[in-house]
Design a protein around this ligand. Structure first.
Ligand code: GAL
Length: 747
């Protein structure tokens, strides 16, 4: 559909709902809010887990031009968890499901001029809506947390376009399918298909067809495309596909476009193949939650997560655990070449027939809605960690295949020996043996013994050693080393499709899944996406040509573990040298304990007592090809000397709510993060920005982070952020952001 106009700004919101809100134009006591929005901000930890379980009301006024012969539609991309939609006092629809997009035809309800839309949002954890039913290990939060778009269309419009294709030996056979809506009579239309490589049109085709009244699916004629560059993680080539619907007099009825990446996916018991090349899938699971606001974070924050996974940690796959995620996240995965395993919402519970209806609706939503994303290479058609329910899963798998035969399907299990209905057996394997020097993962054959089937390790590690960013050195190191062992083992399991660690970052959850503070500390990063050492373990597997990584799993001092050694250094350097005090320099090589890792951690192992006595600080230098490539200096009397402030972005849009993250590292005089500093930081903002969350925050593991967002006031301008550690001798720091507005107004 074309001409979408954002309806994200200037809503009225109140907790609670009354029938009168639907018909009476009175919003006394309502707050003015923008989307994305959460019904209730929650504290970082130790909150009542029912805080966001409520009914609430959203109201929006919008203007429409003369509507002669037009259709008016609105799409909601994510509202948690159920809502009734009213337009000008009448019910226009409802929707179940926190993660699926819904499109409503408002034509019978709207008029020229002022219109009023009301949503009654129910964010209770209702057992008729997946994933709820058991005590789920995450929160569903509440509110309108993804975009709302208004469309003014002709009688005929394109609801979906799926750029279907086959790819064989460099030749692409393109055969787009259109899902069309026609509110009028059967009509002839001209369909033009174009493909662009950047700005250059590289393919054009037109054909005439008759669009029947109501909903219809049309397969366009197949065309062969030559010299197409394939999409891959190393070279994520994107083309832009465009469909235009025209009347016989050349009037454009509608237009749809999508980024397309051409690739061929195959899964075999021997592995995962993309364009004929075998890949080991290495990645992490990602939730879509953020501190305080839950799911209510916009485009830039979603994109940042994809960048952290691919660019910072060097991974090639993410599992969208356990639901469909933002299109902004997926678009970014398309652009940067991060492969995605996306699955339908669910967690350990299968409900009744009403619940299953939502499962089928979610499935259709996911497969049709996200069909064009080249990054998505696996669909999950089971609800995470549920028992075998062949009738349901044969049906979800069959329906998925009928909508998309090009991608393999899977479903995530917590046990071996369950019935394999899909193409890939995915198993959450937390069976690693951490006692010995080696790791035992489940043998691939155990899944469907004795047959070997395509097998993916869909979760590992995090849950069995929850690690807080302020935990002891030993614990944090153990967490990183455990990831190292499992990753190495995955790499040596030739036929495993790959392994996805649990999980990218810590997340808020229900009481049953933590030490009652409502945080699962399972992430390789904290909730603010500040890396723990485990994140550097992944980063250190990158090629040094991409980035030289050298991160000791230690504060490099004596005391915390009684003696300063041993400790591991996570690095992709060939070797390191540690200069102790002023006189002794020793060289250390990658440890032989980590079979399967490209860059095993380096163990600095010495006679502790000897080092203890001579301890006067140290210098660690990493070498590549015999040349010093990284260096860290540690004094024997480090003190908190500086706040190192990093904003992810310094230019933000102010014609929408745009956000960026700021990370403050509390560092010593040599720039080393002081992990055990117990302090606070206050944050002040000025200008066209607002802070997300509280203005006084604790320092967690030597870092404090937060997001700021623009006020969407449509002005160019600036925003100033000032952080203060309230400590004599430590200077406050300021960052200036530039805010730009293209002046796009809402209807
Ligand atoms: C798995 C589950 C995840 C997470 C993890 C850690 O069983 O699939 O969602 O809960 O355990 O506890």
């Amino acid at each position: 559909m074309r001409n979408g106009q954002s309806l994200n700004l200037n809503w009225k919101f109140c907790q609670g709902f009354q029938e009168a809100y639907v018909t009476e134009e009175k919003e006394d006591g309502f707050q003015s809010v923008h989307i994305p929005h959460t019904v209730q901000e929650i504290p970082y930890d130790c909150f009542d887990q029912t805080m966001t379980c409520m009914v609430s009301t959203y109201v929006k006024y919008f203007q429409l031009p003369s509507l002669e012969g037009k259709r008016v539609l609105v799409s909601f991309e994510g509202v948690s968890a159920y809502y009734d939609l009213y337009v000008n006092g009448k019910k226009a629809g409802s929707h179940k499901g926190s993660y699926s997009m819904a499109l409503f035809d408002l034509t019978p309800f709207v008029k020229e001029g002022k219109n009023r839309m009301v949503l009654m949002v129910d964010s209770h954890e209702r057992a008729d809506i997946p994933p709820n039913g058991a005590t789920v290990d995450y929160l569903i939060y509440g509110g309108i947390y993804r975009d709302i778009t208004l469309f003014i269309q002709e009688e005929i419009y394109v609801k979906h376009v799926m750029f279907r294709y086959d790819m064989e030996e460099g030749l692409v056979k393109l055969r787009p399918e259109l899902l069309l809506e026609n509110a009028g009579e059967d009509s002839p239309v001209m369909v033009e298909t174009r493909l662009y490589d950047g700005e250059k049109e590289i393919f054009f085709h037109s054909q005439v067809l008759t669009v029947s009244g109501g909903s219809s699916a049309v397969n366009l004629k197949e065309n062969v495309l030559e010299k197409i560059k394939p999409w891959s993680p190393e070279n994520p080539v994107l083309y832009r596909g465009e469909i235009k619907l025209l009347t016989q007099t050349q009037k454009i009825l509608d237009q749809a476009e999508a980024n397309i990446g051409f690739r061929k996916i195959e899964v075999k018991p021997e592995g995962f193949y993309l364009n004929g090349k075998k890949y080991k899938l290495v990645g992490l699971n990602r939730h879509q939650s953020y501190p305080y606001v839950g799911y209510a974070m916009g485009k830039r924050a979603q994109e940042k997560d994809a960048l952290l996974l691919k660019e910072f940690m060097g991974l090639n796959m993410v599992r969208c655990s356990h639901y469909m995620q933002s299109r902004y996240f997926l678009d970014c995965c398309d652009r940067i070449g991060l492969m995605v395993f996306e699955e339908i919402p669910g967690w350990g519970y299968i409900g009744d027939e009403e619940f299953k209806k939502v499962v089928f609706q979610d499935l259709e939503n996911m497969v049709l809605g996200h069909y064009n994303h080249p990054s998505i290479v696996i669909w999950g058609t089971r609800l995470n960690e549920t028992i075998d329910c062949d009738e349901l899963y044969e049906e979800t798998n069959k329906r998925c295949k009928s909508m998309d035969g090009s991608r393999p399907t899977t479903g995530v299990r917590w046990e071996t020996g369950s019935h394999l209905i899909e193409d890939i057996y995915s198993y959450n394997d937390y069976s690693e043996d951490d006692k010995g020097e080696f790791v035992l993962l489940t043998a691939q054959q155990a899944a469907e013994n004795p047959k070997k089937v395509p097998y993916l390790l869909s979760e590992h590690t995090g849950a069995i050693l929850p690690t807080k960013p302020f935990d002891s050195e030993e614990r944090q190191e153990a967490f990183a080393i455990r990831h190292a062992r499992v990753l190495g083992k995955i790499n040596t399991m030739d036929d495993y499709l790959g392994g996805l660690g649990w999980c990218m970052f810590d997340y808020n959850t229900h009481n049953d899944h933590n030490s009652m503070e409502k945080i699962c500390y399972h992430g390789v990063m904290d909730m603010f996406r500040v890396p723990k050492w485990a994140a550097y373990l992944y980063a250190s597997q990158k090629s040094p040509a991409e980035e030289v990584v050298m991160e000791p799993c230690s504060m490099v001092g004596r005391g915390e573990r009684c003696e300063p050694v041993p400790f591991y250094v996570l690095t992709n350097c060939d070797y390191i040298e540690v200069k102790l005090s002023t006189d002794i320099t020793r060289r250390y090589y990658p440890s032989v304990k980590f079979n399967g890792l490209k860059h095993p951690p380096i163990e600095v192992k010495e006679n502790g007592e000897f080092w203890q006595k001579r301890w006067k600080g140290a210098r660690i230098t990493g070498y590549i090809d015999g040349k010093a490539a990284a260096e860290k200096i540690y004094s024997d009397n480090p003190y908190l000397a500086r706040l190192l402030v990093q904003a992810d972005d310094t230019v933000l849009y102010n014609d929408r709510v745009d956000e960026t993250r700021v990370v403050v590292y509390f560092s010593d005089e040599n720039g080393n993060r002081m992990y055990f500093h117990q302090g606070v930081m206050s944050i002040e903002t000025e200008g066209e920005i607002e802070l997300i969350g509280p203005s006084l925050v604790p320092v967690l593991g030597g870092a404090a982070a937060f997001w700021v967002k623009t006020k969407a006031s449509m002005k160019n301008g600036t925003g100033k952020i000032r952080v203060s550690a309230h400590r004599p001798g430590l200077e406050d720091q300021e960052i200036q952001l530039s805010l730009i507005s293209e002046g796009k107004k809402e209807p």
